[in-house]
Design a protein around this ligand. Structure first.
Ligand SMILES: Cc1cc2nc3c(=O)[nH]c(=O)nc-3n(C[C@H](O)[C@H](O)[C@H](O)COP(=O)(O)OP(=O)(O)OC[C@H]3O[C@@H](n4cnc5c(N)ncnc54)[C@H](O)[C@@H]3O)c2cc1C
Ligand SMILES: C[S@@+](CC[C@H](N)C(=O)[O-])C[C@H]1O[C@@H](n2cnc3c(N)ncnc32)[C@H](O)[C@@H]1O
Length: 624
């Protein structure tokens, strides 16, 4: 069963030091939290010296608390002229504070005021899982892992250079110092990693030693005479998430939203990117619709789909913030999405999901038909789930904004017809055999056509026809509403409704029978909305979704060790997947901490299909 995320409760002791009612302990030394972070965690890990001249440096922390150590590390990085090009800070936290509480907690630390403000403005919805936030134009990356460390740390993929061990006192918070957790921490430590903690308790020393760390005592902070610093000495070769590339150049094939987002995330890491698109403009195929909806799904068992869509949704909101900050936003609106229950069974399932997850109201809540109608501005047929932060996006504007931000070299009107491996490089050729581009890596973001360029015996993709109907504006409708189909509020004077889901149908034309189906779906959402509309006289658009058998996208290496990657099969949720998919892809390509738990990253890995076949055949095998 999923565990709801329970936020921390704000409290202070008599001296005004932040205090946990849950664990009956202080959040930091009574002699000063910021100075403690500086002495124990930064000093104990040899920072800032150790990150100097690194391309990226990763700090892992147990217990984000209210982020003092993060703010101290960020500030030290900022002030260091010889800093690492990119600082990753990954921190696990079971009871996060709200942004309002962070403001109160940070108030006494005037030296962090501007950083605190930025952190709070990026602070995610308090829902379980990983949340990736970017600061300093992406050079400081905070990955917050909300949930229990015992479950989450074994699910992280990263190679930590420095480790801040900062649970509450071992006697009060033994879970944060258990031998199993310290072993899990060792599994994500880089070979020359260091660790530091204020605790010198015997179980901590013993646990660190058992996990492969050489621990020694040092002078502690303020009134504490001792603290621990440790050096990781792996007993055997470590499996890293992935190795950093030797060359940072890539050809991305396909300028839909998948390829556009891949360009943007790679360029943000300093990659040299060439984008090849067979049409004269980006986003003319599946990503060419007038507008589409984005929202997460929820399920009573918090399924992989629910967790993945939650991660993608919160990532999209952060991406949104980044675009807003530079004033280059695509056309999108967070008008809220209502997902009406189709029948009593779905209504029960929606309620069960909310009970199990107990999510914050800002993520999702239940509305009855009357409340939902008031929210939407029109009378609706049923109640259901309300996602206040979700909304619509115009995919073409999204793709254009991503490509513009990436400054990728664009080759429009050129079709990639063949890939050729030449040493450690890839050459991409057109039908005539002419070289279009070459680079150290290739990303196939060309939907169903990806398998033509990189055939696979195990991957099966379907193309599913979808037709949207474009109607005159439905007056007063102000939210997206879903129920089998969807209807959007008017976007540039057009109401988008649909879509058909037509298997084994390759007809690219716009048809009256598909409009008819869309109007029926619309009637089930807003009774009477389709009255008087003639399906033969309506406008619309047809496109094809690329769908894998398990309806999840394929993101990651296509061939082990060859720098050939895929980002395709985004099915019916490309607007949601594009950002997180590209972040996952770029993190894999760069050998950086992954933005998803490993079970979720594995659920998207193209290798999953071959792995399933091997598992069925009973051989363990390996995966890229
Ligand atoms: C009717 C309909 C409604 C939808 N509604 C929603 C919605 O509301 N919300 C949502 O999230 N998603 C929705 N989707 C899904 C979403 O549109 C897709 O998931 C998304 O657009 C896929 O993006 P993509 O970049 O993978 O593919 P595409 O947009 O198809 O891009 C692939 C690109 O690759 C190019 N290409 C292919 N082969 C080559 C080659 N060999 N060389 C060069 N270029 C090549 C193509 O020309 C194309 O531009 C809908 C889809 C349909 C069909
Ligand atoms: C001492 S505080 C951390 C202070 C923090 N490093 C800072 O700079 O503000 C310990 C934190 O560990 C968290 N914690 C306790 N048990 C946990 C668990 N099992 N999993 C994840 N976090 C946990 C607490 O909620 C608390 O925020």
């Amino acid at each position: 069963m999923p565990a709801p995320l329970v936020p921390a409760r704000l409290a202070f002791n008599a001296e005004g030091t932040p205090y946990s009612l849950e664990y009956d302990d202080l959040y930091h030394s009574a002699d000063g939290g910021a100075a403690q972070a500086q002495h124990v965690f930064l000093g104990g890990n040899g920072l800032p010296e150790r990150w100097r001249s690194a391309r990226h440096f990763t700090i892992f922390e147990t217990g984000f608390g209210f982020g003092l150590s993060f703010l101290a590390a960020w500030r030290a990085w900022r002030e260091d002229a010889a800093r690492a090009a990119r600082l990753h800070y990954v921190s696990v936290e079971k009871h996060p504070f709200t942004a309002q509480d962070l403001a109160v907690l940070h108030a006494p630390h005037a030296e962090f005021a501007p950083l605190s403000e930025e952190l709070r403005s990026a602070w995610p919805l308090l829902v379980p899982g990983l949340h990736r936030l970017e600061f300093e134009s992406g050079r400081v990356v905070l990955t917050l892992a909300f949930g229990d460390a015992a479950e989450l740390v074994p699910q992280l993929r990263l190679a930590a250079d420095a480790i801040f061990l900062d649970g509450f006192a071992p006697a009060r918070n033994p879970d944060m110092w258990s031998p199993a957790l310290l072993k899990a921490v060792a599994r994500i430590a880089a070979p020359d990693a260091t660790a530091a903690t204020w605790s010198v308790a015997a179980p901590v020393r013993d646990g660190l030693r058992a996990a492969g760390f050489m621990a020694e005592k040092r002078r502690g902070f303020a009134r504490k005479s001792e603290m621990l610093v440790a050096h990781f000495v792996p007993r055997r070769a470590l499996r890293r998430a992935s190795e950093p590339p030797s060359e940072r150049s890539a050809v991305v094939v396909g300028a839909g939203i998948a390829g556009a987002a891949a360009c943007e995330r790679l360029a943000a890491r300093g990659w040299d990117v060439t984008l090849v698109e067979r049409h004269l403009e980006p986003a003319l195929e599946a990503s060419g619709n007038h507008a589409g909806a984005f929202h997460p799904v929820v399920s009573p068992d918090d399924s992989h789909m629910a967790r993945l869509t939650r991660a993608a949704f919160t990532f999209l909101l952060e991406h949104w913030r980044q675009f807003d900050a530079i004033g280059a936003s695509p056309e999108w609106q967070r008008c809220g999405v209502l997902q009406l229950a189709r029948d009593a069974r779905e209504a029960a399932s929606q309620r069960a999901a909310l009970e199990a997850l107990a999510p914050p109201l800002a993520y999702v809540q239940h509305l009855d038909a009357r409340q939902a109608s008031a929210c939407a501005g029109v009378p609706l047929a049923a109640g259901g789930l309300w996602f206040p932060e979700a909304g619509w996006i115009r995919p073409r504007s999204f793709a254009r904004a991503l490509i513009a931000r990436s400054r990728a070299r664009t080759l429009y009107g050129r079709e990639a017809a063949a890939l050729e491996r030449a040493g450690t490089r890839w050459i991409v050729r057109d039908r005539e055999g002419e070289v279009l581009a070459e680079a150290g890596a290739v990303v196939l973001a060309n939907a169903a056509d990806a398998l033509r360029l990189a055939p696979s015996a195990h991957i099966r993709l379907r193309q599913v026809r979808g037709q949207l109907t474009y109607l005159p504006p439905i007056d007063k409708l102000r939210t997206v509403v879903l129920r089998g189909g969807m209807v959007l509020p008017p976007v540039e004077g057009v109401t988008v409704t649909g879509a058909s889901f037509d298997l084994e149908d390759d007809d690219a034309s716009v048809r009256a029978d598909s409009h008819e189906g869309n109007l029926e779906r619309l009637e089930r959402i807003i009774p009477g909305a389709a009255a008087g509309l003639d399906p033969r006289a309506l406008a619309g658009r047809t496109a094809f979704r690329t769908v894998a058998r398990d309806r999840l996208p394929l993101i990651g290496p296509l061939e082990a060790g060859t720098a050939l990657y895929g980002a395709f099969a985004y099915g019916s949720r490309g607007l949601l997947w594009a950002g997180l998919g590209a972040e996952l892809l770029a993190s894999l390509m760069e050998g950086e901490p992954l933005p998803l738990e490993s079970v979720l990253a594995d659920a998207l890995a193209p290798a999953r299909f071959a792995l399933r076949v091997r598992r069925r055949a009973g051989s363990p095998g390996s995966r890229p």
